[in-house]
Design a protein around this ligand. Sequence first.
Ligand code: THU
Length: 161
Amino acid sequence: MALKKELRFQITVYEDLNELAPKDQALMLQAVSARKNAYAPYSNFRVGAAVSLANAEIVIGSNQENASYPSGLCAERVAIFHAGAKFPNVSVNTVAITAASDNYEVTSPAAPCGNCRQAMYEYEFKQKQPIRLLLMGETGSIIECSSVDDILPLGFNSSFL
Ligand code: THU
């Protein structure tokens, strides 16, 4: 007989940066600073990401657009690939992500796109340890997710291959 299953996950919502633990605040500030190097002449939407690693290193990324639009890349993938390239066998603990626009104030937490969720999930599955996410706009509340798996349920991974 068919079985109905409910998938649930919890997030923590912080009112602002000051509510975060000092290490998380510092990581998010690195993402804010990375955001300033976004190359976003087409969307004017700037995203910064900071990856904190098990060896205490922090690796950053920002979105890099292209006149041929699909050739550009989101901040999260620039950052996670940068981490994979620089420290191939070091686990990722947390990714802090922040988004801002030149056209309006982004007050809602950044939402990683589907491709970035998949890209981060690859590393989470490989390291067998959850990657925590901290999501922020330019101002306003911050969402903490305990794992990429939570925001990419029923994800595709190497076990299928
Ligand atoms: N973008 C990111 O960098 N991360 C996201 O999570 C969503 C979107 C970028 C891609 C593009 O350069 C611009 O934001 C507008 O989509």
